[in-house]
Design a binder for this molecule. Structure first.
Ligand SMILES: N[C@@H](CCC[C@H](N)C(=O)O)C(=O)O
Length: 277
């Protein structure tokens, strides 16, 4: 069959978005990896799938797959593209959209300027939320990575993140430390590794080595994880502008159990049809 898809991006974190409400398909891990291939396939960081909700109080079910085929709990940039997609495809006319994800419910608000604000829920720092092997919840955990003694914040935004503060993101060893942190045995389900440079209390620079996709031009949940960690440690104050290689996100968090909000753009690039068996 020919599967209709839309290519989208949020600050260069790019997606293949598929409507499985009006089409039927079941994509296996190896098919997702083949479609994600940037030379032999369509090329994307994540595949986003729109499905009908299982909970009648929700508008849609939003499923997310990394380029390596693994299904994940949450994707912040993807959530903004998802909101834009369901409106553009006329699957809904709502500007406030409630979606089920494997990491919990999300509320997406589409502004008049078509920028999208996502209620990302509350950050969870308890090690078991990621999971991360540690005796207790601490703002920073010592982590030995290939003989280097690092200190990382760990936080779940539905999906797991480790945040490392660095002096300069441009020279941070993201390509080597990123995969070593991602596969560190204390993170049994792997982890997204964020490298954060604090510019001022309201501004950071961030690069993220994503679990299952490698370094991306932007990571929405990674931006939330970095801001939550920085505020918890007293390095940052809400709101915070996060400068990512692909552009800027605005993150706000009042602390404690309050919810983070993330605001940024969502861009449609092209549409196509691809054969799937
Ligand atoms: N690009 C994302 C996060 C996608 C999932 C992540 N790689 C994981 O495995 O948890 C974002 O914008 O949040």
């Amino acid at each position: 069959m020919l599967l209709h898809f839309t290519k989208m991006h949020g600050l260069g974190n790019d997606f293949m978005v598929v409507d499985l409400i009006t089409q039927r398909a079941r994509l296996r891990d190896e098919q997702i990896r083949a479609l994600a291939d940037r030379r032999f396939g369509i090329g994307f960081d994540q595949l986003l799938v729109v499905e009908p909700p299982r909970d009648p109080d929700m508008d849609f079910r939003y499923r997310i797959y990394n380029a390596d085929g693994s299904e994940v709990e949450n994707c912040g940039n993807g959530a903004r593209c998802f909101a834009r997609f369901v409106r553009d495809q006329r699957l809904t006319h709502k500007r406030e959209i409630r979606v089920e994800t494997a990491g919990g419910p999300l509320t997406l608000a589409v502004g008049e300027d078509e920028r999208v604000t996502v209620d990302m829920g509350a950050p969870r720092f308890a090690p078991e939320a990621l999971p991360f092997e540690a005796d207790e919840d601490r703002p920073l955990h010592a982590l030995d990575v290939d003989g280097r003694a690092l200190e990382v914040g760990v936080v779940s935004m539905g999906n797991p993140h480790a945040v490392l503060r660095v002096d300069d993101v441009d020279s941070a060893p993201v390509a080597t430390l990123g995969p070593a942190i991602e596969h560190h045995p204390r993170f049994p389900r792997r982890v997204n590794a964020g490298f954060m440079q604090v510019v001022s209390p309201h501004e950071i620079r961030l690069r993220v080595y994503e679990r299952g996709s490698g370094e991306t031009l932007a990571c929405g949940t990674g931006a939330c994880a970095a801001v939550a960690t920085g505020i918890r440690l007293g390095w940052l104050e809400s709101p915070v502008t996060v400068h990512l290689p692909g552009g800027d996100l605005e993150i706000a968090w009042a602390g404690g159990a309050s919810h983070l909000t993330m605001t940024g753009p969502a861009v449609r690039v092209f549409e196509g049809r691809v054969p799937v068996k």
